[in-house]
Design a protein around this ligand. Structure first.
Ligand SMILES: [Zn+2]
Length: 236
């Protein structure tokens, strides 16, 4: 089969092979093996590394892994690779996709979001690409694409729209003053950051202070822990 995919993880295997964890546009998560990929004259070249966006031809064998037969680069994001901050942000993003999206079900919004984030990290005209606010905006949009967006419009327990004072991962969103048992305090600024980050394009993630961003990170993290049963690494 033919598909476009991003390399999330690339592991050395046996003498000269690579095992790839791919996130594809048409088939969701794919595990594949590229035989002989680490030989100096491999036809795959150096493309089977994390963050590469590839056009792949894959062959179904007997095992769980597909075999890579042909590869062409769609984008290698070379400037992303030259920046430590962008590399770290890209690695966290790929890790979040690995943990959150593990089915073979295609999810075009999630795939497009990942490609857009990698392009932003590769863009010298977007200096905020590797910032914490953009990393958290990516996480929120990824949670939304995966079906685990936190409830931000009204109390996740009782529906109250006023006096929202906390966030509860178990409830899956903001909670009002009467429902805040088990919640942590969420400032109005952190709440606004999350609402704006979901509403705005990834490249226009709203600025916010460190304390607000950490509250937003905790809110996203606890929502995914309770509802998707995944634990994300620290965003920065
Ligand atoms: Zn309530």
């Amino acid at each position: 089969m033919k598909t476009e995919a991003v390399v999330l993880r690339s592991i050395r295997y046996a003498e000269a092979d690579r095992i790839l964890h791919l996130y594809s546009s048409q088939h969701g998560r794919i595990g594949a093996i590229a035989k002989g990929a680490r030989r100096p004259k491999s036809r795959f070249g150096g493309r089977l590394e994390p963050f590469f966006r590839l056009d792949l031809m894959l062959h179904e064998g007997r095992g769980e892994l597909l075999t890579v037969t042909q590869v062409a680069t769609v984008d290698g994001y070379p400037r992303l690779r030259a920046s430590g901050a962008a590399l770290t942000a890209g690695a966290r993003a790929c890790d979040a996709v690995l943990r959150l999206l593990d089915s073979a079900e295609p999810n075009p919004p999630a795939y497009n979001l990942l490609c857009r984030y990698l392009a932003l990290l590769d863009d010298p005209a977007a200096p905020a690409g590797a910032s914490l606010q953009t990393a958290l905006s990516f996480r929120l949009k990824l949670a939304l694409a995966a079906g685990f967006a936190p409830e931000l419009a009204s109390c996740a327990r009782c529906g109250e729209a006023e006096h929202l004072a906390g966030f509860s991962g178990a409830a899956g969103g903001v909670v009002c003053a009467s429902c805040e048992a088990g919640a942590f305090p969420l400032s109005a600024a952190a709440h606004r950051f999350m609402v704006d980050a979901i509403a705005r394009p990834l490249a226009e993630a709203p600025p916010a202070g460190e304390a607000e961003l950490r509250q937003a990170e905790r809110a996203i993290g606890e929502t995914l822990e309770h509802h998707a049963h995944v634990q994300l690494r620290s965003a920065a």
